[in-house]
Write a protein that binds this ligand. Sequence first.
Ligand code: ADE
Length: 225
Amino acid sequence: MRIDVLTLFPAMLDGFLSESMLGRAREAKLLEIAVHNLRDWSTDKHRTTDDRPFGGGAGMVLKCEPVFAAIEQLQTSGCRRIYLTPDGTPLTSALAEELSRQRHLVFLSGHYEGIDQRIRDTIIDQEVSIGDYVLTNGTLAAAVVIDALARFIPGVLGEEKSLTSESFTSNLLDFPNYTRPAVYRGMSVPEVLLQGNHGEIEKWRHAQQLEKTRKVRPDLLKKKP
Ligand code: ADE
């Protein structure tokens, strides 16, 4: 899969894209990601990308010209052009999985104050929010979406099975995990995990998932098929 990210703050993604799972996925060519500075498509000597809003009001608005030029250069036929914004469709595990099956994604990171509506009306296919809070710009939101979808690309996670048991795949939160030592500062690991009876362990884990979900996210239980 190919991903292009358009942002005014490309350096915000430097560490994120080279570390850990994502760094390995890129090295293994499972993912090809390019980050672009929107200013590279501005045409004046001050490298302007925003302007005052028509109708007045505080703040600046991202201009049409550099965004249209950038997207028109980067897009390929059939690619999905996504604008990150708090008033977009909420990101879910299902949406991340759907995005992971695309061949080419172009992410446009928003501006603090907003972008010219004509961009959203014509060269954006989908608007995505990562939650009901407002970030200073959409660059971290793009990183979150990329991280969430990358995990669904075959080969990115070490063990494919880690996807199936985890939170949200089944609308259940995760079960508790333990590792050695079996007793730490007087706290013992639940006995059932030490006994090696896989049927009993599965049952215990499922019960833990239900209890945790009921307590923390009862809304998820209503969504369960
Ligand atoms: N830009 C600013 N806040 C955002 C959010 N919550 N989701 C996506 N993009 C954003």
